[in-house]
Write a protein that binds this ligand. Structure first.
Ligand code: SF4
Ligand code: SF4
Length: 445
């Protein structure tokens, strides 16, 4: 019996103990039958330069959720608040070969004796502009001061939606200290749990920790128990993106009523994994969209190919703060010249640094020459900005996953539009980085 089927019968505790096998391969269905026609798509892209604010009731908190679309999708848009990805812990309890923030973990790059003061100063200085904070970049849950910080921010700026990305350590950290659990329940509105494999052995090996899989499931269960919206985030790379693994991960997501977020591997400095192959990515995304509704597509290339165009959040009121205090406009561009400021060295006003070169450079549309004749340009805008820079060195190059670069057609999804499903979760990740989030259930196709 596969891990997730076992869970359905015997419960989560036994799942952790018994789940040793891979989920069986499911039969390939006819992809043509699995897509909605564009006429059935729940999403209607807006026309012209405009802003859409969706009011979402989440965890008793009514807030503005910034879903921003414009036409052309790659041009500057007016967003209502800043979305910040933030890491404060200077170490992690795991040792992933693909860690894109390893250089930011280097303790030697962090000031000694740093306390909460610069963090709280930043929040006070930007309280009116801040919409969301996602605690990621490193494993913040391992740092005792992180819980104090989350609690203090809730007091200073209760309107800010705080979320956390964790490798699964969150539940154990809270179990060891009821004060931490209280902070979590009071302050955290969404949790993203890293889980790359449905096989415990493979996930543990991949993350370099013998209990990585067990901790991930514990945290999913912990969030379910506290009714905190949750997603499972898998690194999409050559090792993980294959049908058996996807099937198993979506089953786990269904068991914990979690979304599934795909984080496509970026070849940042220090990453020891090869970039994901174009054909494998296309096959993986087809597999998912044939079976599951999309909840949010904030990756401009794949959103355009799926018929639901979006803006790339990079440079658009999205910022990253690294454990060493550096502020950058993008999750994956974390070294000079993309460092716009440092919260340990200066008082940072988001609206002011938004006009600095690193942010402006990502905001201003640059049309790669091969995109000039492309019918998808107004929706795609050349693809994900960070991928263009990481792969080609500048925005003058198009996305390395551009189908035309691979002599492929633009109809990855058979010319049909992905079905979008509404979610009551805050979807904090969609607001600050280009990513793909799916519902666990079968699509309405
Ligand atoms: S768990 Fe996250 S922060 Fe820690 S090493 Fe892995 S990728 Fe990096
Ligand atoms: S050529 Fe490729 S990257 Fe450029 S707009 Fe078309 S699909 Fe996007």
């Amino acid at each position: 019996m596969c891990a997730v089927a076992a869970a359905g019968v015997r419960g989560a505790k036994e799942l952790r103990l018994a789940g040793q096998n891979m989920v069986p391969v499911s039969k390939e269905d006819d992809p043509e039958q699995r897509y909605q026609s564009s006429g059935d798509c729940a999403y209607r892209p807006p026309t012209g330069r405009q802003r859409i604010d969706q009011r979402i009731v989440c965890c008793g908190l009514l807030r503005e959720h910034a879903t921003v679309m414009s036409t052309p999708m790659h041009q500057t848009v007016d967003m209502p608040g800043w979305n910040v990805g933030w890491g404060v812990a200077r170490s992690c309890n795991m040792g992933c070969r693909f860690c894109y923030s390893r250089i930011a973990h280097d303790a030697s790059s962090s000031p000694k004796g740093a306390n909460l003061a610069p963090y709280l100063q930043f929040v006070r200085d930007n309280a009116l502009e801040l919409a969301t904070i996602n605690w990621g970049t490193t494993e913040n849950t391992t740092a005792g001061e992180w819980y104090e910080l989350v609690s203090a921010i809730q007091g200073i700026a209760p309107h800010v939606v705080q979320a956390v990305t964790t490798n699964g350590y969150l539940a154990r950290a809270c179990r060891a200290d009821v004060g931490r659990e209280e902070v979590f329940v009071r302050c955290v509105r969404e949790v993203d749990v890293s889980l790359d494999f449905c096989s415990p052995e493979r996930h543990n090996l991949f993350r370099g920790h013998p209990e990585a899989f067990a901790m991930a499931l514990e945290t999913l269960e912990f969030c379910r128990r506290h009714s905190v919206p949750r997603s499972l985030v898998m690194l999409a790379c050559g090792e993980t993106l294959f049908p058996e693994n996807l099937d198993g991960l979506f089953r786990i997501a269904a068991h914990y009523d979690a979304h599934v977020r795909l984080s496509i591997l970026r070849p940042v400095r220090g990453c020891q994994l090869a970039p994901l192959d174009y054909g494998q990515l296309r096959a993986g995304l087809r597999w998912i969209t044939e079976r599951h509704d999309a909840v949010s597509l904030s990756d401009p290339l794949f959103a355009a190919l799926a018929g639901c165009p979006t803006s790339d959040p990079a440079g658009l009121r999205s910022a990253r703060i690294l454990p060493n205090g550096d502020v950058t406009p993008c999750t994956y561009l974390i070294e000079p010249p993309w460092v716009a400021a440092n919260i340990y060295r200066e008082r940072v006003q988001l609206n002011e640094i938004g006009s600095r070169w690193a942010f402006r450079a990502l905001r201003e549309p640059v049309q790669p020459e091969p995109c000039r004749e492309c019918t998808l340009w107004s929706a795609c805008g050349g693809g994900a900005k960070d991928r263009r820079i990481l792969a080609g060195g500048s925005l003058a190059t198009r996305d390395p996953y551009c189908p035309r670069l691979h002599d492929d057609g633009l109809h990855w999804f058979s010319g049909r539009t992905a079905h979008m499903k509404e979610s009551s979760a805050p979807l904090v990740h969609a607001a600050y980085l280009s990513t793909l989030i799916f519902a666990h259930g079968a699509g309405n196709n």
